[in-house]
Design a protein around this ligand. Structure first.
Ligand SMILES: Cc1cc2nc3c(=O)[nH]c(=O)nc-3n(C[C@H](O)[C@H](O)[C@H](O)COP(=O)(O)OP(=O)(O)OC[C@H]3O[C@@H](n4cnc5c(N)ncnc54)[C@H](O)[C@@H]3O)c2cc1C
Length: 479
């Protein structure tokens, strides 16, 4: 009998519960990855992310083959075709069970339920395994059994749980199995499955296990030690840049925590230093994932704070276009948006600044920004993106207070004081002084004009007052 494993956002051999379970019986294992062409096109999945998935599958194919696991990559039209494709494949291979790591979001859970029912109709089974979070969503609750609505006590409770229950064990990797009679997709067949989906080069992003693992090791041996001091500086490579690896499940959470604790056992108990600060970010990831799993209305793009659904968002199409294209006249915003366009990644500090600018100074709906991000990010992850946008827009769970509005000029002066990041992204401003570069039209208007740098699209004071008035109007209605 052949065992089947359905890979989704868990594109790895190591620390993969579904793959390990499929492998456990010693029978031939076939892994399958579906490319839902129409669904991806309709949802505008970022072309760089698509390219990274394709490249990752090339490597995964040979990493699996070393363990005698065959990988089939199959194009289908829609996400909802999964049941039909899976059933066909199971009949062809004579498989009775397909193992898959559970996904958190509502649509994915509904899809899996439908697939499970289709299979049951033929006496076959979809076997689900826990993955994607350090602990099961719903297992970190307040004393009263509620979900945490504030991050800090959630983190404390999560770390307490890890200390008392023990950190989750890394799932053992399959060793080389018995000879597999099934063929894998060839590289050409993998590329053909992706042919109809737009792609943009993701070449700078690691796609092989050895490169990704090295990236983690390099980070843990170096930048991790200064992470708490450098994580907010966009000019410095002070963060791990592993978000795409986490989003696509190229790295498992348990193996990552294990690698961190092997070097530094303290961060579970200590709140200071680089390792603790990095663990804090992994806890934010966990927080947003738990929220999305437990509050399905978030997946329907509703705000966490219901009253903020009444915010009088502006249409502001010209302003939105200027924001998307990096021509707002505020160098830190424009540099950040150009970084996103050119690489598919944006530094976390800048994600917060551009999101605050769009939702507060321009008073444009956070959902438009979140959608634009998902269409461009290499690490686009619904839970982290939704959490980050709702945090910045003050509509979310434990979000920034509505009156906290980042001033893009002072943020730029504070986190890129010497303009190193700005000069890298906006070489046309390179000759400006360190003082003028953060606010060219304010501090060097003639030069800014000569350089053809765009005029600011909003008066920061007026934009701030407009946002404060919009948010205060909600409180007046509520009171
Ligand atoms: C508006 C906005 C949108 C965002 N959209 C995404 C997204 O689509 N995908 C995504 O992975 N992250 C998103 N983030 C979170 C964060 O910006 C990125 O995870 C981080 O910049 C990735 O860089 P890194 O891997 O070097 O992170 P590091 O600083 O090395 O952090 C390690 C890991 O922790 C997680 N993490 C870090 N910060 C956060 C955070 N604030 N929230 C949740 N998880 C976090 C990521 O998995 C990250 O790889 C968003 C943040 C904001 C403010």
């Amino acid at each position: 009998m052949t065992q089947l494993v359905w890979l989704r956002n868990d594109l790895r051999v190591e620390d993969n519960p579904a793959l390990a379970a499929a492998y456990a019986g010693g029978e031939p294992v076939v892994a399958v990855y579906l490319v839902p062409v129409q669904t991806w096109q309709r949802h505008g999945v970022s072309p760089r992310k698509v390219d990274l998935i394709r490249r990752r599958l090339h490597h995964l194919c040979s990493e699996l083959r070393q363990r005698e696991v065959a990988l089939r990559v199959i194009a289908c039209d829609w996400f909802s075709d999964a049941g039909t494709v899976m059933l066909q494949l199971m009949r062809e291979l004579g498989a009775q069970e397909v193992h898959a790591n559970a996904e958190l979001l509502l649509d994915e859970q509904r899809r899996d339920l439908k697939v499970a029912r289709r299979l049951e109709g033929e006496g076959r089974r979809l076997v689900s395994h826990a993955d994607g979070t350090l602990v099961r969503p719903g297992s970190v609750l307040t004393g009263a059994g509620d979900i945490y609505k504030v991050y800090t006590p959630f983190r404390r409770a999560l770390l307490r749980k890890l200390l008392t229950d023990g950190v989750p064990a890394v799932t053992p990797s399959p060793r080389r199995g018995a000879a597999n009679p099934h063929a894998s997709s060839t590289i050409a067949e993998i590329d053909a499955a992706f042919a109809a989906v737009p792609q943009l080069s993701s070449q700078p992003w690691a796609a092989s296990r050895s490169e990704i693992w090295q990236q983690l090791q390099h980070f843990a041996d170096g930048p991790l030690h200064h992470y708490h001091q450098q994580r907010d500086l966009p000019a410095v490579a002070g963060t791990s840049q592993l978000s795409a690896a986490f989003t696509l499940g190229m790295l498992g959470m348990n193996e990552t925590l294990d690698a961190l604790l092997m070097r530094q056992p303290e961060p579970l108990a200590l709140a200071e230093g680089g390792a603790a600060s990095w663990l804090n970010e992994l806890c934010w990831r966990e927080f947003y994932r738990h929220l999305c799993a437990l509050l399905p209305f978030l997946v329907m793009e509703k705000p966490f704070k219901p009253e903020t659904a009444r915010l009088p968002w502006r249409q502001g199409d010209d302003d939105f276009a200027a924001w998307c294209e990096g021509r707002t006249g505020f160098p830190i915003i424009d540099a950040a948006m150009i970084q996103l366009r050119d690489t598919g990644w944006m530094h976390n500090r800048l994600r917060m600044v551009v999101a605050s600018f769009l939702t507060k100074h321009l008073l444009i709906d956070w959902r438009r920004g979140a959608d634009f991000f998902m269409r461009h990010l290499i690490d686009g992850d619904f839970a982290a993106n939704n959490g980050g946008w709702q945090w910045a827009a003050s509509t979310g769970c434990d979000a920034a207070p509505y009156f906290r509005i980042f001033n893009p000029i002072s943020q730029s002066e504070r986190f890129d004081a010497d303009g190193i990041f700005l000069r890298r992204q906006l070489p046309q401003l390179a000759a400006l002084s360190n003082k003028a570069i953060h606010d060219p039209h304010g501090r060097a208007p003639l030069v800014a004009q000569r350089l053809g740098y765009p005029q600011p699209i909003v008066d920061l004071r007026l934009g701030r007052e407009r946002a404060l008035a919009a948010f205060s109007s909600l409180q007046e209605v509520g009171s």
